[in-house]
Design a protein around this ligand. Structure first.
Ligand code: BGC
Length: 736
C-alpha cells in the first residue's frame, strides 16, 4: 500500500503561507488595521493610556477588581463609548490556571508542554489550544497567556515542563498551531517569553548573553516560525536581560527584530512585574502587565504626561493602543465576547487524554515486557502518589480540575506566591486505572517511602510498576537530574528485588536514570494532565501503542551539558519572584553552545546522550526509506514510512541536515507524523524552510552554494544513509 500524504506538517511547515487561523467573528487583517486606526483616532490620550497598563486581577493589597471581572492574571479596562472591550487575561498554555483555588472553579488540565511536544503533532496542538480557549471564553476571559515556546537550553530549567522542546522548527510549528487553535475561539493568545528565557534562577535579573546570529538561528527562529504560523495577538516579553538590556526594554529585540524585521503587528505585553521605566515604551513595549508588581505604574500617569508633552511619546502611545485594538479586531474578541457558561468536562478530558496518550514516550522495553500480559496475577505498584493522581508542574500555568488537586503538598513559603508553588496531583489515579484494566489481578500499592519495604513487596510480585516523579515549578530550577527524595534508590531497590520492573516517569523534563540498565521497561509519561492515569494504563496494557518521540535530549549526566554547573546556584537565593539582592547580577553565557542547542550540542561534541532527541519506541516496527530532497527554489524532503510490524502504530519521520558547505551540522529540517496499519506505507513530502539551510550573517540569512547532505532518522542520533543535494547560494534579509 502506498499513498501520498498531504499532511498538516506540509502546510504547517510552509513559512510563507502563514495561516490566518481566526474564529468566526474574526476579520481579515486589512479590515482590522482600518478599524484599529479609526477607533484609535477617536480616542483621547487618557483613553489610550488607560489601555496600556493592567492590574494583576487578584485580591492583593488595595487592588480594586471591577465588578464582573473574573479573577485571573490580568485586567485592562476597555473604552465603553467606543465599544472597546476590557481585556480579561488568564494563564496559560496548559489550561485555564487554577490560582491556588482562588476562583473556586476548575478547568481541563492538558498534559505538560513536554508531553505535547512529544506528539510532534500540530493538529493535536491546535485541538488542545481550541479546547483551553473555549474554557477560557466560558470563564469570562478573552486573552490566554499561552504560547510558551522558549527553547530548552538546560534540562534543569524550572519551566521546561511548560515549553515544547529544544528545536526551533519543532517548537515553532507546534507552538504556532496551539496559538492558532486558541485564536480560532476568538480568544487572543500570547507567545512567550520573548526571549532567551530557558532558566528561572534570578529570573528578574539574569542576563542571557548570546551573539545575535546564533540567537536568530535558535530561540528567535522558534518565535519567528510560531508567529508566522499562529499570528498571536500578543507577544509577552521576558523577565531576564538579553545581551545586557532587560527583555521588556530591549530596543534591538522589540523594535529591531520583532516589529521591524518580522513586521509583527500585534502588541508586546510585559511579563508581570518586569517594567522598570516609562521609556521601555520607546524600546517597543506596548503594555505594562500586573502593574502592582512593579515599583510604579510606569505606563500610567508618567506615560500620559509624556504623551501630552512629547511628540515621540504621543506617536508611540497612538501606535501602542492601535496595536492592541488591531489584535482585538483581528481575533474577533469584540464580536464574540466571553460568555460565562459551564465547561464541558467530559469533552475536555477526551482531548487531554488523547494528547497524553500520543505524548507518552516508551524509552526502554526489554524482552517485550510491555504491553503487559493479561496473565500477570500479582502486580505491585510503587510510589509517585499513584494511588491518588498524577503530578503537575507549578506556577502561573498550574491548572486543576473541579474540586482541586487530589494531593497538594506545600513546598516553599514565599508570600503571595506560596499557593502557586504547591506540588499538586490531578485526580486521575494510575493505580485505579491499572486495577480497572486488570480486574483479575491482585494489584497492591506501596507508597515508596522506604526502599526496603518496596523491595520486600517487589520480591513477591509477578511484576512491579514503579512511579518516579520530578516536580518542577516556575521560579526555581532543579539542581540536578535526579529524582528527588530518594526515589532513585527506591527504583534501584525494587529492580534488584524483581527484574520485571517497569518504571513510569512523571517528570518535568529529562532525568538521569542511574538504574536504567537494571529495569525492564521505562515509560516517560511527563505530567500527563487531567486523564493521565488512564492514559498511562492504556499504554501499559497496549490499548494504545506508544508513539511519542522525545522533544529534548536526555543527557547521561550534567557533565555533558554546555554548563555543567548550574549558573547562579551558589550565589542566587531561590525565590519565586527572583528579584535577588539590590543590584545583583548574573551573566549566563549562551555563546558556549550558541545556536547548537540540545541535540546539536551533543552532535558537535560527539557526546552520547542517555536518550537522543526524536527517540521513542513502539509496540510495532517501522521501515523508513527513500529520502529524496529537492533543492530548488522550494526545497522539500520526500520519504516513505512503513509499518513493518503487526500492530497499528504511528511513526514520526524526521529529516536532519547533517552537512553544509560550511561543515558538519545537525538540524531538524522536516518531520511528519503518520498513523499506519500493519504493512501500510505512506510517502510524505514536507517543505524545507530555507532558513534551516542558512546561517545568519551580517547581511541576513545566507545559504552558501554547494552540497548539502541530509539523512532520514529515527532520532537525531539514529540516521540512515545520507543524501547529497546541490543547493544554489543566496542571501536575503527583511525589507519592509
Ligand atoms: C509568568 C508568566 C505569566 C504571568 C501572569 C509570570 O510570573 O512568567 O508566564 O503569564 O506571570 O501570571
Amino acid at each position: 500500500m502506498r499513498s501520498w500524504l498531504c499532511c498538516a506538517a506540509l502546510l504547517a511547515a510552509s513559512s510563507t503561507q502563514a495561516l490566518a487561523q481566526t474564529g468566526s467573528g474574526a476579520e481579515p487583517s486589512g479590515d482590522a488595521d482600518r478599524r484599529a486606526a479609526a477607533t484609535e483616532a477617536a480616542m483621547t490620550n487618557a483613553e489610550r493610556v488607560a489601555m496600556l497598563n493592567g492590574i494583576l486581577a487578584m485580591p492583593l493589597g488595595d487592588t480594586k477588581i471591577p465588578e464582573g471581572a473574573p479573577l485571573g492574571a490580568g485586567y485592562i479596562p476597555g473604552v465603553p463609548r467606543l465599544a472597546v472591550p476590557a481585556l480579561t487575561e488568564t494563564d496559560a498554555s496548559l489550561g485555564v490556571s487554577y490560582l491556588g483555588g482562588l476562583r473556586g472553579d476548575g478547568a481541563t488540565a492538558l498534559p505538560s508542554g513536554m508531553a505535547m511536544g512529544s506528539t510532534w503533532s500540530p493538529e493535536l496542538m491546535r485541538a488542545g489550544g481550541a479546547l483551553i480557549a473555549s474554557e477560557a471564553h466560558a470563564k469570562g476571559f478573552n486573552v490566554l497567556l499561552a504560547g510558551g515556546i522558549n527553547l530548552v537550553r538546560d534540562p534543569r530549567g524550572g519551566r521546561v515542563f511548560e515549553y515544547l522542546g529544544e528545536d526551533p522548527l519543532h517548537s515553532g510549528l507546534l507552538g504556532g498551531a496551539a496559538v492558532a487553535g486558541i485564536q480560532s475561539r476568538n480568544v487572543i493568545s500570547t507567545i512567550k517569553h520573548f526571549a532567551l528565557n530557558p532558566t528561572e534562577i534570578g529570573r528578574q535579573f539574569h542576563n542571557g548573553i548570546l551573539e545575535e546570529g546564533a540567537l536568530r538561528m535558535s530561540d528567535l527562529l522558534a518565535f519567528e516560525i510560531a508567529i508566522e504560523q499562529g499570528q498571536p495577538g500578543s507577544v509577552m516579553c521576558a523577565y531576564n536581560k538579553v545581551n545586557g538590556a532587560q527583555a521588556c526594554g530591549n530596543d534591538r529585540l522589540l523594535n529591531g527584530i520583532l516589529k521591524k524585521d518580522w513586521g509583527y503587528k500585534g502588541w508586546v505585553m510585559s511579563d508581570w512585574g518586569s517594567v522598570r521605566a516609562t521609556d521601555f515604551a520607546l524600546a517597543g513595549l506596548d503594555q505594562q502587565s500586573g502593574s502592582q508588581l512593579d515599583a510604579a505604574v510606569h505606563f500610567g500617569a508618567p506615560l500620559l504626561d509624556a504623551a501630552n508633552s512629547d511628540r515621540k511619546y504621543r506617536t508611540r502611545v497612538a501606535d501602542m493602543s492601535r496595536r492592541i485594538l488591531r489584535s482585538i479586531y483581528a481575533v474577533g474578541v469584540d464580536r464574540n465576547p466571553p460568555q460565562k457558561a459551564a465547561i464541558d468536562v467530559a469533552a475536555g478530558a477526551t482531548v487531554a487524554q488523547d494528547i497524553a496518550e500520543k505524548g507518552i514516550v516508551l524509552l526502554q522495553n526489554r524482552d517485550g515486557i510491555l504491553p503487559l500480559a493479561a496473565s500477570a496475577k500479582k502486580i505491585l505498584v510503587v510510589g509517585g502518589y499513584a494511588d491518588a493522581g498524577v503530578l503537575s508542574g507549578a506556577g502561573s500555568s498550574q491548572t486543576q480540575g473541579q474540586g482541586g488537586p487530589a494531593v497538594s503538598l506545600p513546598t516553599m513559603k514565599d508570600g503571595l506566591f506560596t499557593a502557586l508553588m504547591a506540588q499538586n496531583y490531578h485526580r486521575s489515579s494510575p493505580l485505579d486505572a491499572i486495577r480497572a484494566r486488570a480486574p483479575q489481578a491482585d494489584v497492591s500499592f506501596r507508597d515508596g517511602r522506604y526502599p526496603a519495604e518496596a523491595a520486600l513487596a517487589a520480591k513477591h510480585a509477578d511484576l512491579v510498576i514503579v512511579f518516579g516523579t520530578q516536580w518542577l515549578t516556575e521560579g526555581l530550577d532543579a539542581p540536578d537530574l535526579s529524582l528527588p527524595q530518594g526515589q532513585d534508590e527506591v527504583i534501584a531497590a525494587v529492580a534488584k528485588a524483581n527484574p520485571k520492573t517497569v518504571v513510569v516517569l512523571e517528570t518535568g523534563g529529562p532525568v538521569a536514570m542511574p538504574w536504567q540498565r537494571d529495569v525492564a521497561a521505562i515509560v516517560e509519561a511527563w505530567y500527563p494532565g487531567a486523564r493521565g492515569g488512564e492514559a498511562i494504563a492504556a499504554v501499559l496494557f497496549g490499548d494504545v501503542n506508544p508513539s511519542g518521540r522525545l522533544p529534548v535530549t536526555f543527557p547521561a549526566s550534567v557533565a555533558q551539558l554546555p554548563r555543567p554547573d548550574l549558573p547562579g546556584a551558589e550565589t542566587v537565593e531561590p525565590s519565586f519572584a527572583g528579584h535577588g539582592k539590590p543590584g545583583q547580577t548574573l551573566d549566563i553565557d549562551y555563546n558556549v553552545e550558541g545556536a547548537d542547542v540540545g541535540y546539536r550540542w551533543f552532535a558537535r561534541k560527539a557526546e552520547k546522550p542517555l536518550y537522543p532527541f526524536g527517540f521513542g519506541l513502539s509496540y510495532t516496527s517501522f521501515d523508513r526509506s527513500g529520502l529524496s530532497v529537492a533543492g530548488g527554489a522550494a526545497p522539500a524532503a520526500t520519504f516513505t514510512l512503513r509499518n513493518s510490524g503487526a500492530r497499528d502504530g504511528a511513526d514520526i519521520g524526521q529529516v536532519y541536515l547533517v552537512e553544509t558547505p560550511r561543515g558538519k551540522t545537525r538540524r531538524l529540517v522536516a518531520f511528519a507524523r503518520a498513523d499506519l496499519k500493519p504493512g501500510e506505507a505512506r510517502t510524505v513530502e514536507v517543505p524545507i524552510d530555507p532558513r534551516l539551510l542558512a546561517d545568519w550573517t551580517p547581511k541576513g540569512w545566507n545559504i552558501a552554494p554547494g552540497t548539502y547532505r541530509f539523512a532520514l532518522g529515527a532520532s537525531a542520533e539514529d540516521l540512515l544513509e545520507e543524501v547529497g543535494v546541490q543547493i544554489a547560494g543566496k542571501t536575503w534579509n527583511y525589507t519592509r
